[in-house]
Write a protein that binds this ligand. Structure first.
Ligand code: PLP
Length: 411
């Protein structure tokens, strides 16, 4: 005879919650049981911090100078100047490049907010330009149409590790006598057409937020340049306009990369090519899975750069042809313990802070803000975790097909 509890047991036991897969795991270098490699890196980081503590040169110390040289050289540039954040790298870099108040600076309408705020902090006027729908990158045809006699600079953002075409950028800049200042904060060691990110324009900004391909344990940024005058300018601007001890020749600010952050970043830098390689493999798996699953209306943002993409993110577009929209898909994946992000939720050019600069109409930017979805991607994402993400994508689409098919009450 069946007891009540036996009959109801399947209802009383709740299925185990799936383990959480974050969009990015910034603790990837924490000591790990499984990989001696990660734990040895953790030990090296502790040693590097200890040596800064022992030296006591916490501000613009030896660790900063060493990291500036190493990172600039990894970007194939002679000079690197460490600053407090990516925003400051953009602002101080533009000023050091000679951008003056009210100069117009072209940038993509989906740029991160800090890019646009960096332009404004330099005293310039941001002019938002639409992006290419298939890549999310600055549309250089639209950029050309936005040029006026006041336009002085282009700030291409190498979004998610994919560079804007250096050849096309250089053509446009030389035709209209514009300066290129790259926002390479998401593109550490990315390459395209023989150029490394940061080596295309007069100067470039990087940041070292913990979730970047090369991330610190706090804030930090750098201006990288081949122009010694620009490097000197940023060195002065980051340190209250100093030119030599007790001598301040210009108005500056206080924005310096910490020695402790620089020491951490120096330990991690040699691993960056391998980590970028891991990201690349994971991205290839997502590419193949998307082709294999053949989910109508769901495509990856197009990779224009072949192997040069550094995949800071892997982002898909969920178009009107899909059985599900990006909002619903995000919720369905969250239900499976998978974190995703709509990266351009409210595009920069539509943010209230930028209303004074908002005459532009950028339909592709608006569409992508509703349709783009970034999937989990970081070097330590396991094959099993990635399989779960792909399966969850597939089952979300299957469930939606069933729910919205003709004949179903929701259809
Ligand atoms: C493309 C881009 N530019 C600039 C920044 C600003 O960096 P930070 O937050 O260090 O100021 C970010 C940060 O998210 C970014 O993604």
């Amino acid at each position: 005879m069946h007891s009540f509890t036996q009959d109801c047991s399947s209802f009383l036991t709740t299925p185990p919650l799936p383990s959480f897969i974050p969009l990015v795991d910034v603790r990837a270098i924490a000591p790990s049981e499984q990989t001696g490699f990660e734990s040895s890196l953790h030990g090296q980081i502790q040693q590097a911090i200890q040596s800064v503590l022992a030296q006591g040169d916490y501000i613009l110390g030896r660790a900063v100078i060493e990291f500036e040289l190493a990172f600039a050289s990894a970007c194939t540039s002679p000079y690197g100047v460490g600053v407090g954040s990516g925003l400051d790298a953009i602002a101080l870099g533009l000023i050091a490049c000679g951008i003056k108040p009210r100069d117009e600076v072209l940038l993509p309408a989906n740029a991160p907010i800090s890019t646009a705020m960096g332009v404004v902090a330099a005293g310039a006027t941001p002019v938002f330009v639409d992006v290419v729908l298939t890549t999310g990158l600055l549309d250089l045809v639209a950029a050309e149409k936005a040029i006026t006699p006041q336009t002085r600079a282009l700030v291409p953002v190498h979004q998610f590790g994919q560079m804007v075409s250096p050849r096309q950028l250089l053509d446009l800049a030389s035709t209209f006598d514009l300066l290129i200042f790259e926002d390479a904060t998401q593109a550490h060691l990315a390459e395209r057409e023989g150029y490394r990110a940061g080596a295309v324009g007069v100067a470039a900004a990087f940041c070292f937020l913990p979730w970047r391909n090369l991330g610190g344990m706090g804030d930090g940024g750098m201006v990288v340049t081949a122009d010694e005058g620009v490097a000197q300018g940023v060195r002065s601007l980051r340190d209250s306009g100093i030119s030599r001890r007790h001598h301040h020749t210009r108005l500056g600010t206080c924005s310096r990369l910490d020695s402790i952050q620089a020491a951490v970043l120096s330990v991690k830098l040699p691993q960056l090519p391998a980590w970028n390689g891991d990201r690349h493999c994971l991205a290839r798996h997502y590419d193949h899975a998307l082709i294999h699953l053949n989910l109508p209306g769901i495509t990856a943002l197009r990779n224009e750069t072949g192997r040069g993409h550094s995949y800071e993110r892997y982002t898909i577009r969920v178009s009107d042809q899909a059985v599900v929209n990006a909002f619903l898909l995000q919720a369905m994946l969250a239900n499976q313990g998978i974190q995703t992000e709509m990266p351009w939720g409210k595009p920069c050019y539509r943010q209230p802070a930028f209303q004074p600069y908002h005459p532009s109409h950028c339909p592709n930017t608006d569409l992508l803000s509703q349709q783009a979805l970034s999937l989990p991607l970081y070097p330590s994402l396991s094959a099993e975790q990635q399989r779960r993400v792909v399966q969850a994508l597939q089952s979300a689409c299957q469930t939606s097909t069933r729910l919205y098919s003709p004949g179903h009450p929701c259809g």
